[in-house]
Design a protein around this ligand. Structure first.
Ligand SMILES: *[C@@H]1O[C@H](CO)[C@@H](O)[C@H](O)[C@H]1NC(C)=O
Ligand SMILES: *[C@@H]1O[C@H](CO)[C@@H](O)[C@H](O)[C@H]1NC(C)=O
Length: 159
């Protein structure tokens, strides 16, 4: 997807002073013939930018993503929890280490609170096929002290 530009990141930075009582806008990750992916930040403190280079229910392995955020915590270690639901019923949960002290998988591992991250590159995911349906996904990034770094809820519609 080419939708993500530096403009979104700048806009994210400018939005930091926004009142925390309002919900963040919904962003589109991608939409094509049979797949639509939307997300919204669920971190009351900030929004972030995210996009992928491919939008297909046949998800290829090693997707390229773009991700931009200002760190609200140090990330010596960083973990991602994903919870997948359909029609409100939990389907599966998993947790994935992104930065570990002995195994920093990405160049941004070890960055400090207040720094800005902009990552564009592969994420080394497995390929799989998204089954037809509508899914709700909760994603949370957190550090070694279990402090939230980013939080999002997403909707995936696959027809
Ligand atoms: C995120 O969650 C809120 C509150 O449950 C919901 O209103 C919103 O539609 C969700 N956004 C997306 C993109 O799934
Ligand atoms: C997965 O996580 C969600 C949200 O944290 C929780 O509501 C759900 O019960 C969990 N499901 C399983 C199977 O652990």
């Amino acid at each position: 997807m080419k939708g993500f530009t530096a403009a979104l990141l700048i806009w994210t930075l400018l939005s930091l002073s926004r009142s925390s009582s309002k919900a963040w806008p919904t962003h589109m990750v991608c939409r094509d013939g049979n797949l639509e992916v939307l997300y919204q930040s669920c971190d009351p403190l900030q929004d972030f930018g995210f996009s992928v280079d491919q939008c297909s229910k046949h998800l290829k392995s090693n997707l390229n993503i773009r991700f931009g955020i200002i760190l609200r915590e140090d990330i010596k270690e960083l973990f991602l929890d994903i919870a997948l639901f359909t029609k409100g019923s939990p389907i599966l949960n998993f947790s994935y280490p992104i930065c570990e002290e002995d195994l920093p998988k990405f160049s941004f591992c070890g960055r400090r609170k207040g720094e800005q991250i902009y990552y564009a590159g592969p994420i080394n995911n497995p390929g799989f096929e998204i089954l037809q349906g509508e899914y709700q996904v909760l994603l949370e990034l957190y550090n070694e002290h279990r402090s939230t770094v980013a939080c999002a809820n997403a909707t995936v519609v696959c027809s």
